[in-house]
Structure formats: structure tokens, C-alpha cells
Design a protein around this ligand. Sequence first.
Ligand code: PLP
Length: 384
Amino acid sequence: MRFPMNGASEEDVLGELEDKTGEDLTFDSGKILGSMCTYPHPFAVEVVMRYIDRNLGDPGLHVGSQRIEKEAVDMLASLLGLEKGYGHIVSGGTEANILAVRAMRNLAGVEKPELILPESAHFSFIKAAEMLGVKLVWARLNDDYTVNVKEVEERIGDNTIGIVGIAGTTGLGVVDDIPSLSDLALDYGLPLHVDAAFGGFVIPFAKALGYNIPDFDFRLKGVKSITIDPHKMGMVPIPAGGIIFREKKFLESISILAPYLAGGKIWQATITGTRPGANALAVWAMIKHLGFEGYKEIVKEKMELARWFAGELKMIPGVYLIREPVLNIVSFGSKKLEELEKELKARGWGISAHRGYIRIVVMPHVKRKHLEEFLRDLREITAT
Ligand code: PLP
């Protein structure tokens, strides 16, 4: 498509957009079962629209917004067991993880930096490693898909800059034994980064509901940084990730002087320069609006629905659960996985098979009626 010489009317352009996006799956259709995103909360959408012009890349111009971002970071830190945190609302889990690795690398100051991480870690760490010149040292998983802590210990060497643990793995929603990883990190004087991009907005509420999930946050002294994404279970519009550091020195180690900004020179730690203030304000607004009890209600419903769904799956011949769900993620396998995936996609389901299973994420837009429809299709396909 070429850059048009003359403009078209808004009506025509919108019409074309409607036509073209007709191919998209939408969250409200209930067909998207394999995504960690959801339809954002209407209040968060309103906040984003109202403050759409705010740029946190030049905070001297938007001093109020900068203060709100700091408060959002403080509220996230407090959810994660820390009185005062240092960090930013960023573009997502990928940027948050890259910043964490950057801080670990810069503070370690070794020539050939190595990072130890579970085989279940998100691919954002591969991007981080490539960009930052860090070698990834993988640790294998136990039978329950948590990282093998003994193997993590065996991998520690002179060049190790830190350890990564996952609180809510991308594929299965498994929470690593973060308490043991934290002890290990303290024993060896290494920082532990916890990737709770998904679990951060689930685990604190699930624990309050009585679910037996390991501790994962700053209450464990070895944990020095946490990724927590409001644009997943936080119900804030994309892009909204979060990186929280325990100590200021982590943030300082990745801050670059931005000398020419209209609002005056600043030290900037994020990867993006110009960045949306509106989304950071929406994080703040959603936390204020829903509060702990509001998020707890959402998590309660989705955790219960995930367990019901797992129970139903177990009764379908030809498919099997990979493991009992820990969070609101249910993954199942089948001997005929590829055919199953193809047929489910042909019926309009937004799912994907990877690592030998299909992952269903019971996000806020996923209702029981959608899962019932999905189960009907699954039964029909597996019966043939
Ligand atoms: N970390 C984990 C555990 C994730 O599951 C994901 C995304 O699914 C990410 C990081 C990356 O997040 P984003 O896609 O927002 O960059």
C-alpha cells in the first residue's frame, strides 16, 4: 500500500478500518482463550482517553503525571510487600524484564555476564540477553514444572550476575519455589529477579483467598526486583507493564542523562523515551478504583472457573491435563495435538499449541458459557 496523495473523509477511513479489522478476533466474543490480555476495564479506558497527551518521557512538562506514576509504583510495591519501591510503569513484561537484566548486569560489572534462569522463562529474556551481551544459563525443571533449585545452585559461577524465578509461568502458570531461590540468592550474594508479569496481579489475591501458593515477593529478602504487568490481569489497556526494584541503586544503574528535554534534563531508565503517561495514570486509577478487594473478587471468579474447567477437561477422553492449575491457567495435551489445534482454530477459537500443549488463560473476559462452548467443540472433535 502506498502513502496516499490526497486524504479521505474520516467516515471513509473508519469504514475501511471496520472492514479490515473484521478479520480480528475480539475479546468480547469470548473466542480468545489463549491470551494473557483482556478487554480493559471501561474506567481505565476512560482515563487513557482523557489523558492521552501525557508524555512521561518528558516528565518536567507533566509533573503531576510523574507524581502519579511514582504513586502507582509505590502501590504496586506495597502489594508486593515493600514499603517503598523504585521503578516505572513501562510498556510490558518484556521491557520490565530487560530493565531488570540490565540492572543486574550493570551492578555486577563482570566481563562475561551470565544469568541463571528456568527453562520455563519467557522469551523476553532471550531478547534481553542478545541486546545486553548476557549469556543465559538455563536450569531444568522438576516433574511439577517448577525450576530445579539444586540445578540453579550448580550453575552459579564467578560470572553470574543474578538469578531469575518465575511467579506464573507463561505456559502453565506455575510458581517456582521462590523462597528457596531467595535463600540461595542471599547465600551467594546475588540478586533474584522474579518475573511475575502474569502472577503479580493474581497471586496476592489468590493467597488472600486461601490458595496454597508459595511466597514470591519482596517479603523474601533475596528478591531484588519484580516484573508485574497491569495490562494482563490488572485490566489496564496495553501498554502497561511494571518493574519494581527493592533499592534505588538498581534504577540508578540503568539511568541515562536526557539533556535536552522541554521540561528540563532528567535521568531516564526506561527503554522507550517518549512513553504514554495515560496508561500509567490508568494503572493508578484502576488500583484506586478496584482496590485489593475488587481485584480479589475478579481473581476469585477466575480461579474457581479455571478449576471447574480443569475438572471438565479431565472427563474428556483423548485429552489430559498437563498439571493441576496453580493460577487461572489450564493447559492440556493430546496425542493428536496438531490436528486438534487446527480444528479448534477452524472453529474460530483463539488458542495456540506450544511446548506440547494448548494453554487456556481464564482471563476476565472468559466466562463459563464460553468455556462450555469450547468444551462442546472439544468433545465433538475428539469423538471423531
Ligand atoms: N513474562 C511472562 C511470565 C509472561 O508470561 C510474558 C507474556 O506473556 C512476559 C513476561 C512478556 O510480557 P509482554 O508481552 O507484556 O512484553
